[in-house]
Design a protein around this ligand. Sequence first.
Ligand code: TYM
Length: 342
Amino acid sequence: VKRIVSGVQPTGSIHLGNYLGAIKNWILLQNTYETLFFIVDLHAITLPYDAHQLSKATRNTAAIYLACGVDVSKASVFVQSHVRAHVELMWLLSSATPIGWLNRMIQFKEKSRKAGDENVGVALLTYPVLMASDILLYQSDFVPVGEDQKQHLELTRELAERVNYLYGGRKWKKMGGRGGAIFKVPEPLIPPAGARVMSLTDGLSKMSKSAPSDQSRINLLDPKDVIANKIKRCKTDSFPGLEFDNPDRPECNNLLSIYQLITGSTKEEVAQECQDMNWGTFKPLLMDALIDQLHPIQVRYEEIMSDSAYLDRVLIEGATKASNIADATLNNVYQAMGFLKR
Ligand code: TYM
């Protein structure tokens, strides 16, 4: 079976973009593939963070995975820092990563500009190398992510090929092969719709955990009245009717897309259903659809959080399974790179 890995950072609260761009798709994939879903706590320390909140946020994120439908009888769920191989492989990979590849990363440029020099640690630059190690350790075939992770996936692929080329062994090189060898070269799985959910207050910027205004996003754990209020107040326009893909109406496109995904409809169905509506008729529909979708997740979340022994068990089991796979890859890499055997 093909293998799939993915993860979310335990920073801020998980929002509709994380759900529609990533987690919702995991749920379908776990039925067909071998899946490993991690909470990337090591990535969460690459910008200034609150050490008192990290472990709590990590647990909450794990509980959200389960509440959204990740089924631990099929998927392994674990905490990135619990599998030491991630950090270890990262060091090995970083020796093969040209610094220019990292300087080019859009997320690095954006995040470092926002954070200001004082707050930019080296780890923010090497962040994509850790992400590559998250993926390559498991010889993953596919990585389901939102659009904003595409460049990181490209770097992961290039790095895999480079390490395969540098250390992949004479036999493999003679065969002129690409892929195979030390690492499998993974492919991103970016959904056709939902890969870029936009902010509720600005249809041109993406919905994000770090946006200062909570009004800009729907968090998965927002209570009904908060969801209703955010939709009531979200940015719209004054064109007649509602439509997809009009470049002058980014908010309209975003809200229709959210509605489409949440109701499980096709784009054509929504375009037709909504073409003659105004915001006053559409917004209550969107609110109800969101509340209907998120309410059961919130109920399950509370159940999971009320049984902390269960969650602990899930995370221990997940880390054990993951470590078995990860250690095998790591040992291979040490050997290929010429280290003395332990
Ligand atoms: P993170 O925590 O920023 O986001 C988690 C997932 O949610 C997707 N996403 C979105 N999708 C659609 N619209 C949006 N507005 C939106 N915002 C976020 C992201 O694309 C992502 O899939 N570096 C990663 C975490 C990571 C990872 C990995 C992912 C670390 N190692 C290995 C996959 C494999 C990140 O910061 O995601």
